[in-house]
Design a protein around this ligand. Structure first.
Ligand code: ITT
Length: 197
């Protein structure tokens, strides 16, 4: 059965990554970008931000829909910063600011997290989380992707920043792919076209 899912985001790169994964799994699904303004709140976890965001657009977007909140966490040296403040940091000091903070530190562990909040037809919210671990590069490299991609090297693709991977390569391992895989598993339970007779 044809189904329409709305992904509420103002970020066209995120939409492209998400659409590719959903449509590969559900050729009968249409994924639309809903560009309704999402407010960024201050909270202690991505889950809290995601819950706020998904509820903030109720009645403005046709259900079922989902939002995704992602963050870049510089572990040890920055104790997880910018994390939930990633959007603000990106808009202010940018990834060059992060490189400056770390300077020539040999401790450069970092990770990306993604939390999807899906609002189903009965208006219940479901959360799905994905993580990718790696480190901050010494210098910015690559032109693909967006945000902090030029300074993140995943442990799974040593030597290459996320911005040096094409969309398909990033989509195989990214934090977003991992939260999406969980959403896909969840949606499969309710998609009749996937059921074997
Ligand atoms: P929304 O409209 O979906 O909220 P956004 O760009 O504000 O779009 P987030 O709040 O999820 O998205 O992201 C917080 C920041 O982290 C933002 O500056 C992004 O550019 C960055 N970011 C998110 N996902 C990323 C990824 O996969 N690679 C690099 N940077 C990413």
């Amino acid at each position: 059965m044809q189904k329409t899912l709305r992904f509420v985001t103002g970020n066209p790169h995120k939409y492209k990554e998400v659409k590719a994964v959903i449509q590969k799994n559900f050729p009968n699904f249409e994924v639309l970008q809903s560009n309704v303004k999402l407010l960024e709140i201050q909270a202690d976890s991505l889950e809290e931000v995601a819950l706020f965001k998904v509820n903030s657009v109720k009645n403005l977007v046709k259900i079922p829909y989902f939002i995704e909140d992602a963050g870049f966490f510089v572990d040890d040296v920055c104790k997880g910063f910018p994390g939930v403040y990633s959007s603000y940091v990106m808009k202010t000091i940018g990834y060059y600011g992060i490189l400056k903070i770390l300077d020539d530190s040999t401790t450069r562990k970092a990770h990306f997290e993604s939390v999807i909040a899906y609002l189903d037809e009965d208006e219940n919210v479901h959360l799905f989380k994905g993580i990718n671990y790696g480190k901050v590069s010494i210098e910015a490299r690559g032109n693909s992707g967006f945000g902090f991609d030029p300074i993140f090297i995943s442990d799974e693709t040593p030597g290459k920043t996320f911005a040096e991977l094409n969309l398909e390569e990033k989509n195989q391992i990214s934090h977003r792919r991992r939260s999406l895989d969980k959403l896909v598993e969840f949606l499969k339970k309710f998609d009749d076209s996937q059921k074997k007779i």
